[in-house]
Design a protein around this ligand. Structure first.
Ligand code: EPS
Length: 397
């Protein structure tokens, strides 16, 4: 099974990740990792930090001659901003008199509960690790898993359907055509938009909404549409709570900073309709079956993949650091204060969609590995093909 951890503070020297359980024999290039890191840095509405950073991963273990060797892959991303924080974030030297102590928590962020939980007088350590900067390490770690999945014919892609009041949640007219050749075609199309939207009109509205929010010192959230193609029927399981694939996918998405809602297929719309208008009817097909004309279940039934495209939706709340701060209080004096202002983004929904693509990769890869077993790529692909051949035989394809 694949598992990974990250370490690193937003303004510390570097972010690190360790990925364990990747099969041996997966061909990896530095671009496979760095292109994903670059995608995460994009998006209209980002703040000053992305102008400082140019994220690149240095691999320290687990890859030899461009292939994984089954041992843990460790990697590191330098924080270029560290040089401006060596005093405020020193590991061992004591702070000087000018080092600010932050005592006014930002509503909506981890600040207040974090300082109480870990016993801090200064909120800085909470800000540092709760920061979404950590997602750079996650994207780097998961980019390796994405490569493995691609080799198994499984692709992940996303686009942004709304930012604040701009955009719409009804399916995009280009969607089916883009997904027909794999979800990465969709991802590429979205990458050509500064807000990762598919329709020019929506993009223009979103850019205007972000400009307005920035002028107002405000922030905007949005909705991400995530698709996974090429997943065979029968990954995941209904037999035990911790093997339910829909639950694992939802947990992965909710683990992203500021993601507060996840939808599978058209779950919320389905909840308002009778069953007869919800469930995707089955047809035997004409040599291409089983066929379903709809995919309201989002490719998941009984917590297993049903052979249709997996469709997940994630809601990102607006970033909690506002340049026009909200009401808060000083946790030392207990006097009312406006909340702490920290450099931040006006909107990070496009970046969040790239992170969403990343975090679901290990979930799908582990569901696949539970089905096939195997320690090296050849072995896994052989078993996957045998499984797919059995399905084809069963349905006389
Ligand atoms: C981020 C880096 C951070 C923030 C942002 C995401 O850098 P800095 O705090 O130095 O500007 O821009 O983090 C947050 C929005 C947050 O609330 O922590 C990144 O690399 O994505």
């Amino acid at each position: 099974m694949i598992r990974y951890f990250t370490a690193g503070e937003s303004h510390g020297p570097a972010l690190s990740a360790i990925v364990e359980g990747l099969p041996a024999g997966v061909t990896i290039s530095p671009e496979d990792i760095n292109n994903e890191l670059a995608r995460r840095q994009q998006g209209y509405g980002r703040g000053g930090r992305m102008k400082i950073e140019s994220d690149r991963a240095v691999v320290h273990s687990g890859i030899r001659f461009g292939k994984t060797i089954g041992s843990p892959v460790s990697l590191q991303i330098e924080n270029r901003d560290w040089k401006n924080w060596t005093v405020k974030m020193a590991q061992f030297e004591k702070p000087d008199e000018d080092t600010p102590v932050i005592t006014v928590p930002r509503p909506g962020h981890a600040d207040l509960a974090g300082m109480i939980k870990y016993g801090f007088e200064d909120i800085r350590p909470v800000i540092e690790r709760a920061s979404a900067r950590e997602t750079a390490a996650r994207v780097a770690a998961c980019s390796l898993v994405k490569v493995f999945l691609r080799l198994a014919g499984i692709q992940i892609g996303s686009y942004v359907s709304s930012i604040g009041p701009a955009g719409k949640t009804s399916p995009d007219p280009h969607l089916q055509a883009l997904l027909a050749t794999g979800a990465e075609t969709l991802a590429k199309a979205a990458d050509s938009s500064c807000v990762r939207m598919l329709e020019k009109e929506n993009e223009e509205h979103a850019v205007a909404a972000i400009d307005k929010a920035r002028e107002d010192g405000d922030t905007l959230g949005g909705i991400i549409e995530l698709f996974i193609t090429g997943v065979p029927m029968g990954l995941g399981s209904y037999v035990q709570h911790d093997r339910r694939l829909d639950a694992e996918l939802a947990a992965a998405l909710i683990s992203i900073q500021a993601v507060k809602g996840v939808e599978i297929g058209t779950a919320f719309e389905n909840a308002r309709k009778p069953g007869s208008q919800v469930h995707d009817e089955l047809f035997p097909g004409k040599g291409d079956g089983p066929v379903r004309k709809t995919n309201r279940a989002g490719g998941l039934e009984g917590s297993m993949t049903n052979g249709k495209v997996i469709h997940l939706r994630a809601a990102m709340k607006p970033i909690a650091t506002l340049m026009s701060p909200l009401q808060s209080f000083d946790t030392t004096s207990m006097d009312a204060y406006l909340s702490h202002i920290e450099r931040s983004d006006t909107c990070a929904v496009p970046a969040c969609s790239v992170i969403a693509e990343a975090v679901v990769a290990p979930v799908i890869a582990n569901a696949l590995l539970r089905k096939t077993g195997g320690d090296h790529l050849g072995e896994i692909l052989e078993r996957l093909e045998a499984y797919k051949a059995k399905i084809a035989e069963r349905f006389r394809l």
